[in-house]
Design a binder for this molecule. Structure first.
Ligand SMILES: Nc1ncnc2c1ncn2[C@@H]1O[C@H](COP(=O)(O)OP(=O)(O)O)[C@@H](O)[C@H]1O
Ligand SMILES: [Mg+2]
Length: 146
């Protein structure tokens, strides 16, 4: 798929499977060092979208929830992916927990509840906002910031 396919676009997905598929397709645009911010209420579908991204990289042992761990690391032959979930934390500065090592590293960082992250406002990133429409439908907006 050509690059920039997903820049500043909105998608309506009618099932969790379709959100996963969107995540998988979106993952084609991801490169080493990319940062993806996810925002949306609990149950919006952030983790579901991330599952799709993981599947593109051949990661099958991805577990649904990162609730115990702040950072889950996934290694593939070519690239590492970091799943960071700030749900249980309040405002967190990027330098507080060594998060900068992930975000500014060579892997791909996927951050749930990124609105809780401070200190990286001007960081170049993707931003994905997911809104609940109805039980099976989600409104997914993908933005490229800077
Ligand atoms: N279109 C959809 N996209 C994503 N998830 C959906 C959709 N429709 C229903 N769901 C359900 O909503 C829930 C989303 O959960 P999850 O991805 O863990 O959300 P979050 O990580 O944002 O808290 C799952 O139970 C999923 O099956
Ligand atoms: Mg989640």
């Amino acid at each position: 798929m050509a690059t920039n396919t997903f820049e500043n676009k909105t998608f309506l997905t009618g099932s969790a499977m379709k959100t996963k598929k969107l995540g998988k397709d979106f993952a084609s645009d991801l490169k080493a060092g990319d940062i993806v911010f996810f925002n949306g209420d609990l149950g919006a579908g952030k983790t579901t979208f991330i599952q799709g991204i993981m599947s593109k990289f051949g990661i099958k042992r991805f577990v649904r929830s990162a609730s115990f761990m702040l950072v889950n690391e996934f290694e593939t032959e070519n690239i590492n992916l970091y799943h960071i979930d700030l749900y249980r934390l309040g405002k967190t500065n990027i330098y507080d927990l060594g998060l900068d090592e992930y975000l500014f590293g060579k892997g791909i960082s996927l951050i749930e509840w990124s609105e809780r992250l401070t200190g990286c406002k001007n960081q170049k990133r993707w931003e994905i906002n997911i809104e609940y429409v109805d039980e099976n439908t989600r409104d997914i907006n993908i933005k490229r910031v800077k």
